[in-house]
Design a protein around this ligand. Structure first.
Ligand code: ATP
Length: 355
């Protein structure tokens, strides 16, 4: 597949009466990449995707596919492929007919004539091979598992060689094991087809594991755009820091003095920041290790096999840490911990932006 297209949103806004669902966002979805549109429920992800698809009108702003302004185009003129959480297949048609359906009334963009039967069959076979459902073509959707149905939905979205593939929480209806399998399948299919893909999800782990880039939204606005690892390792504010990572980041209020973060009870934590004054320190759970000079008393222990998640209090703040599983820990135990500075971040306690 060859169609590739950058998608640009400029000042894109959607209001439903008094609710601003999307608030003047400027985003570029890179050509040929898989971008995750991530954020909590109600932040405006689906509305943004529907505006890109043409299923929802735009209140203000523009949408470009490459240099083409598609803002007011009908969905069928945009050359997009869509996969929804519940994108129902036609139950009375075979898998083959379902996949071929978008081709049946479609005219070839260059010649202006309809696909011949042979051309349709070839397109379906090629896409079935890519999505690995060649042996299911004769079945009806009712004879397929959830994961297989989602493969068919993806094949149907890709068969027209869309400029842009839009996926709205496509894995939410699958059980945990299938979701993992389909995650890597979507990644593989996207990398092989190279179609510019926008993947809506509220699951940070899902976004982290398969995307090239993440667009993180909150209350209709974009908070940060970054590749997954950078989003995790270099958050711009407390919201981004908290949204990425499981167990989540913990916070303590402190005062910066000469490179140390001094807590209210006088405990000093190493902190590379140059600033002085009141700060909120965010500490990733993996920043801690056993063997140091920070005394803690464990309040909770969750053994996970390869490691253990422990809880303790530091100057009145709840902290979660991931520790090596070798030294078995239990609640009430006292440990001396060490803190790695490069997994600690300083935020302005009022604006919550990174310092
Ligand atoms: P979810 O993950 O729950 O689907 P989302 O991030 O996709 O959430 P949207 O569905 O885009 O969020 O909704 C954004 C905001 O717009 C919400 O406050 C929602 O209630 C509102 N909204 C969405 N569609 C409509 C509508 N048709 N009429 C009125 N308000 C709407």
């Amino acid at each position: 597949m060859v169609n590739r297209m950058e998608v640009k949103l400029r000042g894109l806004t959607k209001r439903f009466g008094k609710t601003t669902a999307v608030n003047g966002i400027d985003v570029t979805f890179q050509d040929g990449k898989l971008t995750g549109l991530l954020g909590p429920s109600g932040c405006g992800k689906s509305t943004t995707l529907y505006m890109i698809a043409g299923l929802e009108s735009v209140t203000e702003g523009d949408i470009f596919f490459g240099s083409r302004d598609v803002t007011t185009l009908m969905p069928e003129k945009r050359n997009i492929g869509l996969v929804f959480q519940n994108y129902a297949l036609y139950p009375h048609m075979s898998v083959e007919e379902n996949i071929a359906f978008p081709l049946t009334n479609r005219k070839h963009p260059e010649t202006g004539r309809r696909c011949t039967r042979a051309e349709c069959r070839q397109a379906v076979e090629e896409i079935a091979q890519l999505v690995q459902i060649e042996d299911l073509l004769k079945r009806k959707p009712g004879q397929l598992s959830g994961g297989q149905q989602q493969r068919v939905a993806i094949a149907r979205a890709l068969v027209k060689q869309p400029d842009v593939l839009l996926l709205d929480e496509p894995l939410s209806n699958l059980d945990a094991r299938l979701r993992m399998e389909m995650r890597s399948e979507i990644r593989r299919i996207q990398q092989e087809s190279k179609v510019t893909t926008i993947f809506v999800t509220h699951d940070q782990e899902e976004a982290m594991s398969i995307t090239d880039e993440i667009v993180l939204m909150r209350q209709g606005s974009v908070q940060q755009v970054a590749p997954p690892h950078a989003m995790y390792a270099d958050p711009v504010n407390c919201f981004a820091a908290s949204f990425m990572g499981n167990p989540p980041i913990s916070y303590v209020d402190a005062e910066l003095r000469d490179g140390w973060a001094v807590l209210s009870d006088g405990l000093r934590l190493p902190c590379g920041a140059k600033a002085q004054g009141k700060v909120r320190i965010g500490i990733r759970p993996e920043a801690w290790s056993i063997g140091g000079d920070i005394p803690v008393e464990l309040t909770s222990v969750e053994m996970r096999g390869q490691d253990q998640v422990v809880g303790f209090r530091l100057s009145g703040h709840e902290i979660r840490a991931i520790l090596d599983a070798e030294q078995e820990a239990r609640p009430g135990q006292r440990l001396d911990l060490r803190l790695r500075e490069n997994r600690c971040y300083c935020f302005d306690p009022v604006t919550e932006t990174r310092l």
